[in-house]
Design a protein. Structure first.
Length: 282
């Protein structure tokens, strides 16, 4: 069904950071589309990780706007865009997280499909540096030079940015220039996809989820995008039988016809170990 809708159609990937490297092969193989990018469209206008342009909208609104504007600028009715956020993980204390949203928009068939991938597999970090030794130690912890770095006067300063540093010579030179002026330097990871393989890997995982959701058809109206919209907790404890916080079922919903389906025991477990029961193991 999805091949019939998308086969041989041009699909815009809204990016200036080489995300098409991992997104395009998956979409072309699984949807039959012909992917392209538009280098003249500046996705940074909606916000940058390094702070020169503040993101004013929430991630989903931003990724939708990015995709629609890029499609309009490219005179294309089929597009994909991604939007990433970085910071503290919402439930795992002291862990940094990469939160990626991917959106697929088909104006011709009035379709919008969104997926999310939240991962702690990120090198997101930053710190004030006062010696070259400390700089090199920080660089090693964040996987430099395979992962790029940014140097600046301070965490909040955008006037002295040196971005996309991917070799030792440029790193030392940039540090020395800034250190001579300010006596310390703020070093941080460059989270743009083309300078951050860890992030690129998360985008690829999200792209696989997007393909899977696009190819998931509603049992009632057969429109792509039939996916999980809610998770019910309450899997019974195998010892006492009381409900736990573990997943009992997935709720699938079609945004087109509103057909709903509940999948019981999606993790192939009909009961939970008492270790995870608040009654048996308070």
């Amino acid at each position: 069904m999805s091949f019939k809708l998308f086969n041989d159609r041009r699909l815009l990937i809204a990016t200036k950071h080489k995300k098409e490297r991992v997104i395009a092969p998956l979409l072309e193989k699984n949807l039959g589309v012909i992917c392209f990018t538009n280098d003249s469209f500046d996705t940074d206008a909606l916000g940058t990780f390094s702070g020169e342009v503040e993101r004013e909208l929430d991630p989903i609104t931003t990724v939708r706007k990015k995709c629609l504007l890029a499609m309009e600028a490219s005179d294309c009715d089929l597009g994909v865009a991604s939007e990433g956020s970085f910071g503290a993980h919402p439930s795992i204390f002291f862990a940094s997280a990469n939160d990626e949203f991917l959106i697929f928009i088909d104006k011709k068939n009035n379709l919008e499909i969104i997926v999310r991938e939240l991962s702690i597999k990120t090198n997101f970090d930053g710190k004030y540096i006062e010696t070259e030794k400390a700089l090199l130690e920080f660089a090693e912890t964040v996987q430099f030079p395979s992962h790029g770095l940014i140097l600046r006067q301070s965490k909040s300063d955008n006037s002295t940015l040196i971005k996309g540093i991917t070799n030792l010579k440029d790193l030392k030179n940039g540090f020395n220039v800034l250190y001579e002026k300010f006596s310390r330097v703020y070093a941080e990871t460059d989270m743009r996809a083309m300078h951050n393989p860890s992030r690129m890997a998360i985008i690829e995982i999200a792209a696989k989820k997007l393909v899977e959701k696009i190819n998931s058809l509603c049992p009632q109206c057969h429109i792509p995008g039939f996916g999980v919209t809610d998770i019910k907790k309450g899997l019974a404890c195998s010892l006492c039988g009381l409900p736990t916080n573990s997943t009992l079922s997935f709720i699938y919903n079609c945004e087109k016809c509103n057909f709903k389906k509940e999948e019981m025991f999606p993790h192939k477990k009909t009961s939970e170990d008492p270790t995870y029961c608040d009654y048996c193991n308070p």
